[in-house]
Design a protein around this ligand. Structure first.
Ligand code: R5P
Length: 298
């Protein structure tokens, strides 16, 4: 088994190889002046089991095409097994037809990857678990929230926090539940959020939260504009929270997201290396190790 480092996740791929104690495949890639992608395996990969590490954060269309090129080339050259590790699986919010005639882009991506001939895909904190059903090969979601909350406890001295999901979707609840378990059963709750399908504007319903004098950690899969986390932070502060942290898996941080959250009372935002960002403090590489070969022996 060997790891292929995709252009979007070079550092993460090195960490994955380290965690799995396997080597990295020699490869080279570049973009031509007109933007087209060039990729080459610099060693023979026929008969080899490969893990392609390529997170699909913005510019997502570029990163997707890079992944398709690498996977297709691996298949074409006779790799015996192709596993994709795409911690941020782009287009997972376009998971169904919310308005008549809409494209289901997550399904399109799944169909192309399966047609190329990948054998399995692993992702982290996918927005909607239903997207995994579009894959005709084993597709797994890994949960990063236990790693994230442990970081706050171990590196920020946060003790007995209150965990808050900024919306009450199934995956969001699962994330706070898992994080709560990791900290021995700390309290948690979820807010109710609604999005206008035409304008994209969100509204979070205020709720009584027992957080007076407590540190709140808002757990979310994605921070894009920061609006969702800012709303949750404002409500937490109004309910008397002492400090408010945001622990997010995929920090896309568009525009003034960090400023927006800071103005809403957020003390710190911490994220994973699924998306390299100024807030990145945690690696998702151990999650893949755990999924493939189990937890490290202590
Ligand atoms: C959506 O429901 C997700 O779980 C995130 O809460 C959302 O994508 C965050 O987006 P934004 O930061 O733009 O509010």
């Amino acid at each position: 088994m060997k790891v292929v480092a995709g252009p979007s996740s070079q550092d993460l791929a090195h960490k994955v190889a380290e965690q799995l104690s396997v080597g990295l495949v020699e490869s080279s890639w570049k973009h031509f002046p007109d933007g087209e992608f060039y990729f080459r395996f610099d060693e023979d990969v026929s008969g080899e089991e490969l893990i392609i590490v390529q997170s699909l954060y913005p510019p997502q269309n570029e990163h997707i095409f890079e992944l398709l090129t690498i996977a297709h080339t691996a298949k074409d050259l006779g790799a015996s097994k192709i596993v994709v590790f795409a911690p941020y699986l782009a287009y997972s919010r376009q998971d169904e037809r919310y308005l008549p005639g809409e494209a289901i882009t997550s399904k399109l991506l799944a169909e192309i990857l399966c047609r190329i001939g990948i054998d399995a895909i692993y992702t982290v904190d996918i927005h909607n678990l239903k997207v995994l059903e579009y894959y005709r090969v084993p597709a797994y979601n890994l949960v990063a929230s236990p790693l994230i909350v442990r970081y706050f406890v171990e590196s920020r001295g946060v003790s007995k926090p209150f965990l808050l999901a900024p919306d009450d979707e199934e995956a969001a609840i699962k994330r706070v539940e898992e994080a709560s378990k990791a900290l021995g059963g700390v309290p948690y709750d979820a807010l109710e959020k609604r999005r206008d399908r035409y304008t994209g504007m969100i509204e979070t319903r205020e709720k009584l939260l027992e957080v007076k004098g407590m540190d709140v950690i808002i757990i979310d899969d994605i921070i894009s504009t920061g609006g969702t986390a800012a709303n949750a932070a404002r409500i937490s502060k109004k309910m008397g929270a002492r400090r408010v942290y945001v622990g997010v898996t995929h920090a896309l941080l568009r525009g003034d997201a960090l400023k927006l959250m800071e103005e809403a009372g957020v003390d710190e935002v911490v994220s994973t290396d699924s998306v390299p960002a100024i807030t990145t403090k945690i690696s998702v590489a151990p999650l893949l190790r755990e999924a493939l070969i189990g937890k490290p022996q202590l």
